[in-house]
Write a protein that binds this ligand. Structure first.
Ligand code: GLV
Ligand code: MN
Ligand code: MN
Length: 433
């Protein structure tokens, strides 16, 4: 892999992003959509692309695109010879993070894409059709609650008016956050023109589990994404004094919430699904006061749609029953839902064949994590490459992949780009503008 390390300057590329948005205390990343940390990452992307002579655009929904276009054969002084952008192969991922996220979830795909272009160019190769690197906006939904907001807006799977009115924990509207970042919120919405330019999307990502370590392979290919969604549970009760209110007189939403967490765990275990309460807000949030309201978010995922419906319904039913006993009230609101994704078989098989020829057997694995490639799958053939994660940890500062495996990932992505976009020795050999 020395060729990859040298041709791409992978280590320098990696460290050039490493400090942006990192919390010094936890070591985790807080790159929330449209915050200064996110904007620093977006500037980093634009400048990396510009350093490579790639043309950067921001689409109507805030996604960034860096174009590597085939050599048109025209001289730079020719007028009206702008190369065509249609029929592009898109690669890339995202740069935003969950609270205290790891360094790899998202950035590994973006950095590997830049590095794959470097590697192919170092070989003196040119694409036959456009290759475009995407940095999708707001993939994690950590700030405004809807994951993959950039790709959902692009495809019309998230309504523009609904998106504009989403608020973060401090009450800031998504529309205002975008506007402050120089992005016109009135332009949000399905972008047919952009979608028409893209023929396939291949996203490289760190694996968020232990499948590849157990199968002794540095790189794998995704088969499917479990259906998943987010539900907000609003438990309301009565605020009162912690020192003077008898237990029998309380209407404590924290009690209902706590029992709901236990029920969620049990229902998920029995149904072979996943259910997580990872975010909670308490009002008024005083140590010596019974809360008036507990707002908690359920993230649930399952191998099929019926199992997902069933587990969420069971958890909501258990919460309602408990609320009745506690004298509290409950409202459940579905904030987002993503259907099962079966990645395009033709594209997946082509990629596996290409990689097997170079790297040996390449396992195929399902995942419970959501990705922009899953959202775009509704519009065009998409695929994913996963890079081995020795601990399986993700959405934590401890997330890690070995450099050797990352370099294998870059080499694998470069093979895929070469195969799909017809990258081969061109007229403009060695162009590394
Ligand atoms: C994205 O990382 C997700 O929540 O699956
Ligand atoms: Mn993630
Ligand atoms: Mn991700």
């Amino acid at each position: 892999m020395n060729e990859v390390a040298e041709a791409t300057g992978f280590a320098e590329l990696w460290s050039s992003l490493a400090d942006l948005g990192r919390d010094r205390t936890t070591g985790g990343y807080r790159r929330f959509a449209w915050t200064s940390a996110d904007l620093a990452c977006r500037d980093w992307f634009a400048s990396q692309a510009a350093d490579r002579g790639l043309t950067v655009e921001v689409d109507r929904n805030g996604n960034q695109w860096a174009w590597w276009l085939p050599d048109s054969g025209a001289s730079s002084t020719d007028v009206g010879t702008e190369p065509r952008r249609g029929n592009a192969l898109a690669i890339g991922s995202h740069l935003d993070s969950v609270p205290d996220g790891g360094a790899f979830d998202g950035p590994l795909g973006v950095i590997s894409s830049l590095a794959a272009v470097d590697l192919l160019r170092a070989r003196g190769w040119q694409p036959e059709r456009p290759v475009v690197i995407a940095n999708f906006a707001d993939e994690e939904g950590a700030r405004f609650g809807i994951a993959c907001a950039g790709s959902r807006l692009l495809t019309g799977q998230l309504d523009a008016a609904k998106a504009r009115s989403l608020r973060d924990g401090g009450g800031v509207r998504l529309a205002d956050a975008m506007e402050a970042a120089g992005q016109d919120p009135d332009a949000l919405g399905r972008d047919d023109e952009r979608l028409a330019d893209i023929s396939e999307f291949v996203e490289l990502h760190i694996e968020q589990g232990r499948w590849l370590i157990d199968h002794d392979a540095p790189v794998g290919v995704a088969s499917s994404i479990w259906p998943h969604g987010r539900w907000r549970f609003d438990f309301t009760g009565e605020a009162n004094h912690a020192g003077t209110t008898a237990l029998d007189d309380r209407r404590d939403p924290m009690l209902t919430y706590a029992n709901t967490v236990l029920s969620a765990r049990k229902k998920a275990r029995l149904g072979g699904t996943l259910a997580t309460f990872g975010k909670v807000s308490v009002e008024p949030n005083g140590t010596n006061a019974i809360p008036s309201r507990v707002r908690a978010w359920l993230d649930s995922r399952a191998p099929d749609e019926a199992a997902l419906d069933a587990v969420v319904e069971q958890i909501a039913a258990a919460a309602r029953e408990r609320a009745e006993r506690d004298g509290t009230a409950l409202e459940v609101v579905n904030e987002s839902r993503t259907a099962i994704v079966e990645f395009d078989h033709g594209l997946r098989d082509k990629i596996r064949k290409t990689l097997t020829g170079v790297f040996g057997p390449v396992p195929q694995l399902p995942t419970g994590a959501g990705h922009d490639a899953g959202i775009l799958a509704a519009e065009l053939p998409t695929a994913m490459l996963f890079v081995r994660n020795p601990s399986g940890l993700s959405h934590t500062p401890a997330e890690h992949a070995e450099t050797a495996d990352c370099l294998t990932g870059v080499a694998a992505l470069a093979e895929v780009v070469a195969q799909l976009a017809g990258v081969r020795p061109g007229t403009n050999r060695g162009s590394g503008a």
